[in-house]
Design a protein around this ligand. Structure first.
Ligand code: 5GP
Length: 115
């Protein structure tokens, strides 16, 4: 039964497919279905945390793990020319899926500031 699950929880539970590039005990990483750059990967904790606004000091190791995974994937995906890691948080932050996720974007020059 998947009622009430976010789309990312359904990906974690393998109920819907995703192009997975990394999986371990704590997190899953997969290609974004609507990429905004030649490389656009999402890194999500397996534990359900709605947003960055909901983390606590007890999540310190998990948050570090997510960033270190971004670091490893940037090497694996050959983003030697640079990349960006983004966390959208809440409505004004542009978050559309209520499961914490890091965007890893690269493969082109990225503008700043974001819109
Ligand atoms: P947000 O806007 O919440 O920061 O990012 C959510 C991201 O999830 C978007 O970039 C969107 O394209 C991606 N996304 C939404 N649904 C799916 C899906 O079913 N599969 C994959 N791979 N990505 C998704």
């Amino acid at each position: 039964m998947s009622a009430g699950k976010t789309i990312f929880k359904r990906i974690i539970d393998k109920e819907i497919p995703a192009k997975i590039v990394h999986e371990d005990d704590l997190c899953l990483a997969f290609h974004d279905v609507n990429p905004q750059a030649p490389t656009h990967v999402l890194i999500i904790p397996k534990r359900e945390i709605a947003s960055l606004a909901d983390v606590t000091s007890g999540d310190q190791a998990l948050l570090g793990h997510l960033l270190l995974t971004a670091h490893s994937l940037a090497k694996q995906l050959e983003l030697a020319d640079g990349y960006r890691v983004v966390i959208n948080c809440g409505r004004n932050g542009g978050q559309t899926v209520d499961h914490l996720h890091l965007h890893l974007l690269g493969g082109r020059s990225l503008g700043w500031p974001p819109g």
